[in-house]
Design a binder for this molecule. Structure first.
Ligand code: PGA
Length: 269
């Protein structure tokens, strides 16, 4: 099995640093004890209030940090209350941020959220600092009888968010496909394996068209109701040519409760 990347997206969890420390320790113990761990790289997308603590801890232990941010500012610095710039994150030793997660995008319940052009600026800000971006894309609804609608939505999202990005820079971007209807407590249902396979194939086709052919090191993660029961199955998904489809997972709910996270990791082979 090739290396798989798992991003634990804590969102606005956990409620204190004690539990946060426990969660990171569970991941470290998994790395240290599990035979398959060389194939699985775990990163935690944490609330930024915890970042300094974990960065210092990694420095003291002489380890590479395994935390990333959940979002980054559109601005490069200055009078923007509440924002964190890519440069600030880089100077603290952070290498990557999620961008364009559906919960940070413009929606009726999030009127100040990002539109595609802001996600594009955020990616460029990260790239400017030689950082990595994990770009989340996903349709809000899916009509099984009308693939044109969600496919053209995804294509537009990819084109807008990756506008003016060169193939060379794209090497520092990971795509996370997260169908919004399958995410979080409000999920209508989980995506089927077939839906995941077909949509990731479609995303790869779009990206190949945009970047002109083969894309070395293209990484696409899947997220949306991934849990302790379906994670390994999703990681194992293969296409018609027997090639693994998913390069990793973006995990929300199952990653921010110590009990669930322990079970989640122990169920991975
Ligand atoms: P979920 O969230 O695993 O709780 O569905 C995934 C995400 O929003 O990244």
């Amino acid at each position: 099995m090739k290396t798989k990347y798992i991003i634990a997206n804590w969102k606005e969890n956990p409620e204190n640093l004690e539990i946060a420390t426990q969660l990171v320790k569970i991941s470290k113990d998994f790395h240290n004890s599990n035979n398959s761990s060389p194939h699985i790289v775990i990163t935690h997308a944490i609330p930024s209030i915890f970042a300094g603590f974990f960065i210092n801890e990694s420095k003291n232990m002489g380890e590479k940090t395994n935390i990333i941010l959940q979002n980054i500012s559109c601005f490069e610095g200055g009078s923007h209350t509440g924002e964190i710039s890519a440069l600030q994150a880089k100077n603290l030793g952070i290498e990557m941020s999620l961008v364009g997660h559906s919960e940070t995008r413009l929606q009726p319940q999030n009127p100040k959220g990002d539109e595609d052009n802001q996600v594009n600026i955020k990616i460029k800000n990260l790239l400017k600092e030689n950082m990595w971006a994990c770009l989340c894309v996903g349709e809000y609804s899916r009509d099984e009888n009308d693939s044109n609608t969600y496919e053209s939505f995804l294509q537009t999202q990819l084109q807008n968010c990756l506008k003016d990005i060169t193939l060379e820079n794209f090497n520092r971007i990971i795509i996370a496909y997260e169908p919004v209807w399958a995410i979080g407590k409000g999920a209508i249902r989980s995506a089927t394996n077939q839906e995941i396979i077909e949509t990731i194939y479609f995303i790869k086709q779009c990206l190949r068209k945009m970047f002109g052919g083969n894309i070395p090191n293209l990484k696409i993660l899947y997220g949306g109701s991934v849990n302790e029961n379906n994670a390994q199955e999703i990681l194992n998904l293969k296409n018609h040519d027997d090639i693994e489809v998913v390069d990793g997972l973006l995990v929300g709910r199952a990653s921010c409760d110590p009990k669930l996270w322990t079970t989640f990791l122990s169920n991975l082979q």
